[in-house]
Design a protein around this ligand. Structure first.
Ligand code: AMP
Ligand code: MG
Length: 377
């Protein structure tokens, strides 16, 4: 029951299926019969969206090249952006990884501490993993998710599951089943509704193949965490990696990801009070010019924008940036749902998990950061 429904921005055909099944599962006690049904879909080469602790994934058997190609079609993903392979148990590692001893040692040390969890490791790819998964790279991204539904699905399927985030390419990643339904209903076989994702932004992507392990995408597992376990690590400047013309180490980082329909501008500066003042001023100006304007803040900031006609959304608390990763994508989608055209966002400190937040915001804003400390000439 499939039909081809036009082409995406990259000129590739988009696959549409009409008969998506939505299955509700308890994340602490998933019904084995329903898991068996979903696993059967995976085994037969189908597409299943499933929850993880980071964001929802759009999964297919990592060993089925046709099914993997259908992932790219279903979400309109550029064909040079590799997928992460998900495993449920370390015994599946040897099926997908063929790294050297140093990689194996690093992976073991980090896995002991952070798996299951929001850490993807880039290691040598076993030839059994089809080219389609890694887009021809000699490496593969591997992760063990900390979500029982996800791990049961992989276990019962009996194969590693390749899965990018379950959103249309370019849209904010889905942190609820509702987001997945918005983007992919009619394009996949099954959408599992397993509740909210606790972390809410994608995993840390760590390349363990080089001399110094390098974070290619910041996430909830931080540079400090990596250095603590391995004794070294680096976080190359992801702003630079996303500029045109450079060959990024992580192909996904060159795309303007995570964008809501609204234009996003980030306001940064030393003092959060000054940032809020500037956003309030600029917000009122934009409203006067007839632009429906929103403000992305935290619970500490909402009072600064009250009574002005701005659409104010809090995405968590500055006291715990994991609440911000949890709420960020939902907030961006809520602005779109409210018909907001311009979002003025408060910046976050670029330390620890703040790097993950700022990386996603920066991409949502297409790199538009306004420094409120700089006086106009
Ligand atoms: P997503 O699955 O949508 O969360 O995106 C996966 C991210 O991991 C993208 O930024 C990819 O470019 C990156 N990634 C996956 N596999 C590799 C790999 N073998 N080498 C470098 N980056 C990778
Ligand atoms: Mg993604």
């Amino acid at each position: 029951m499939t039909r081809i429904d036009g082409k995406n921005g990259a000129g590739e055909e988009t696959l549409i299926k009409k008969d998506t099944v939505i299955i509700k599962l308890d994340r602490d006690d998933p019904d084995p019969e329903k898991i068996a049904y979903c696993a059967e879909v995976i085994k037969r080469g189908g597409l299943v969206c499933f929850p993880t602790e980071t964001v929802y994934g759009l999964g297919a058997s990592a060993f089925d090249p046709e099914a993997v190609k259908n992932i790219f079609k279903a979400k309109g993903r550029p064909s040079d952006n590799p997928l992460i392979v998900h495993i449920d148990d370390l015994d599946k590692l040897s099926l997908v990884m063929s790294g050297d001893g140093r990689q194996a040692e690093r992976l073991e040390l980090l896995a002991e501490r952070y798996w299951p969890g929001p850490l993807t490791m880039i290691a040598g790819r076993d030839p059994a993993v089809p080219d389609a998964v890694s887009c021809g790279l000699p490496t593969v991204g591997i992760r063990m998710p900390d979500n029982l539904i996800a791990r049961e699905l992989i276990r019962v399927s009996g194969v590693p599951i390749a899965a990018p985030s379950a959103n249309l390419s370019g849209k904010p990643s889905p942190s609820t089943a509702g987001h997945v339904i918005q983007d992919l209903f009619g394009r996949v076989d099954v959408i599992i509704d397993g509740g909210d994702c606790s972390v809410g932004v994608e995993s840390t992507v760590l390349d363990i193949t080089g001399d110094v392990p390098a974070i290619l995408r910041p996430g909830a597992v931080t540079l400090e965490n990596v250095i603590e376990v391995l004794g070294k690590g680096e976080l190359p400047d992801w702003k630079k990696a996303s500029k045109e013309g450079e060959k990024p180490r992580s192909p996904g980082m060159k795309y303007t990801h995570y964008s809501p329909d609204a234009e996003v501008r980030i306001y940064d500066g030393g003092d959060i009070g000054d940032v809020r003042k500037k956003i309030a001023e600029e917000g009122v100006k934009a409203l006067k010019a007839g632009v429906k304007t929103g403000v992305l803040t935290t619970k500490e900031g909402t009072h600064a924008y009250e009574g002005r006609g701005l659409t104010v959304i809090s995405c968590g608390t500055r006291e715990d940036l994991l609440t911000v990763t949890h709420g960020l994508y939902g907030a961006l989608r809520d602005f779109d749902a409210e018909g907001v055209e311009l979002v003025l966002a408060e910046a976050f400190p670029q330390t620890g998990v703040g790097n993950a937040v700022m990386n996603r915001l920066y991409r949502a804003a297409g790199g538009c950061v306004i420094d409120v400390d700089k006086r106009e000439a």
